[in-house]
Design a protein around this ligand. Sequence first.
Ligand SMILES: O=c1ccn([C@H]2C[C@H](O)[C@@H](CO)O2)c(=O)[nH]1
Ligand SMILES: [Zn+2]
Length: 129
Amino acid sequence: MDELIKAAQTARERAYVPYSEFKVGAAVVAGGEVFTGCNIENASYGLAMCAERVAIFKAVAAGHLRLDALAVIGDTTAPISPCGACRQVMAEFFAADAPVLLGNLAGEQTKTTVAALLPGAFTKGDMQK
Ligand SMILES: O=c1ccn([C@H]2C[C@H](O)[C@@H](CO)O2)c(=O)[nH]1
Ligand SMILES: [Zn+2]
């Protein structure tokens, strides 16, 4: 898991954040491979994309529909807290008990799960046909 936080930290350096100046990095494990992401902002502020979703969507675009683990890192006082949109996207592609490692540059880490980050997530199984 330390390796995954390291991968996220390296990806964080590539964040494109001229507006917030808040760099975030993420790394996903899927099929034994690591997919990394950084946050990418836009002059139209609302179009900013979080590091977590960049990493998740890269893994999905490479053909992985079931992702195994996620690490996220930011320069926060406590380990970073993913936004609601990213939590919902995590619920789509990770098992409820999949490990999520949250960290900061001070070296603090919290290990949690997708279900703990979004209890009662709306998922495919909630739709009756
Ligand atoms: O978990 C988080 C929280 C924030 N951000 C990004 C979005 C935006 O670019 C900047 C400030 O919100 O940080 C992420 O990438 N991941
Ligand atoms: Zn987010």
